[in-house]
Design a protein around this ligand. Structure first.
Ligand code: PMM
Length: 311
């Protein structure tokens, strides 16, 4: 189940392998943009969690609150009732789970139920107690770039230089965490595609991903089926492609971010990304015969990624 032999570890989880970790998305919500309402009961959610693993997920990211643009918050009680039974059941079957929450009490209950990663789309900014839970539980903590809750985040999508600003804000979030006692080795960063970002911002962050991957923390990327992909694949009349038709482009982006040093991808359908990684790995690992390529196409060892070894 591990994505390769790891040199470094992320609090016990392999930090870098021959391919990125594949995190399968399990939204136990009525209203997420792609899978909202589909796994809305504990039984359907657990069954889908098993399916995600059967289709190649290394871990299952269980969330009980939609973060789609414009979404309103759920109560703590509802969020707990959605995620805890699902994590308890999946963890009992040996399935590695993360919890997708911005709330400290939910994160703490989820870790107690068996979650091994906290995935906080606010990177600790939404709930001042999250940093304490992260420090005390010691589990890896995904800090995503975030500027505000979903009901107003699109108003916050203003940047002069999106990569520089996201980098500075992410490092500030990581700094706050470390100052409060979180082990730096437990921190994963995420540029937060689609969160206070328009399509151009997302594309620029993907272009500049090697810069983010070089910050010294593992990097998770969540591009799966997001609106900017729908916009790229729009009809002639400009109508964005619906989420279910965005899978091939999602898998292509999985490989692209792998090449650019990502530690993990967060996807709705693991199989296409796993298949794309298999093809990428097969080609990448076959040594090129000397002088087989005309010189501009010959792999340049000096361009090898410093931490992942990925070209
Ligand atoms: N995107 C969504 C939810 N959680 N977590 C991380 N770390 N990164 C993301 O990009 C991310 C996330 C929104 O997508 P969804 O509604 O399909 O879950």
């Amino acid at each position: 189940m591990n994505p390769g032999t790891a040199g470094d570890t992320l609090n016990g989880l392999p930090a870098f392998g021959s391919r990125p970790w594949v995190m399968g998305i399990l939204n136990v919500t009525p209203d997420s943009f792609s899978d909202g309402g589909r796994w809305n009961s504990t039984d359907t959610a657990v069954a889908h969690g098993r399916l995600l693993v059967a289709e190649g997920a290394d871990l299952v990211d269980v969330g009980g609150e939609s973060t789609r643009p414009g979404a309103h918050r759920v109560t703590v009680a509802d969020e707990l009732a959605r995620v805890v039974p699902v994590i308890t059941a999946l963890a009992a079957e040996g399935i590695r789970c993360s919890v997708d929450t911005t709330r400290a009490v939910v994160a703490e209950a989820a870790v107690r139920a068996g979650a091994v990663i906290i995935n906080d789309v606010s990177g600790g900014l939404a709930d001042p107690d999250m940093v304490t839970v992260a420090a005390e539980t010691g589990v890896p903590w995904i800090l995503m770039h975030w500027r505000g809750h979903s009901d107003r985040m699109q108003d916050l999508a203003r940047y002069d230089d999106v990569t520089a600003e996201v980098t500075a804000e992410l490092l500030r979030q990581a700094d706050r965490a470390v100052t409060a006692g979180v082990d730096p080795a437990a921190i994963v960063l995420d540029p937060g595609l689609g969160f206070a970002k328009n399509g151009d911002h997302n594309l620029q962050l993907l272009r500049d991903l090697p810069h983010l991957a070089d910050l010294g923390f593992p990097l998770l990327v969540g591009a799966s089926r997001k609106r900017f992909i729908g916009e790229l694949l729009a009809d002639a009349d400009g109508t964005p492609r619906p989420p279910a038709g965005r899978e091939a482009a999602t898998a292509a982006l999985s490989v692209l971010v792998a090449q650019r040093g990502a530690w993990g991808v967060r996807v709705h359908e693991p199989r296409p990304s796993r298949d794309a990684f298999a093809a990428w790995e097969a080609v990448r690992e076959r040594p090129a015969p000397p002088d087989a390529f005309p010189s501009p196409l010959r792999p340049d060892p000096s361009r090898q990624h410093p931490t992942t070894g990925v070209r």
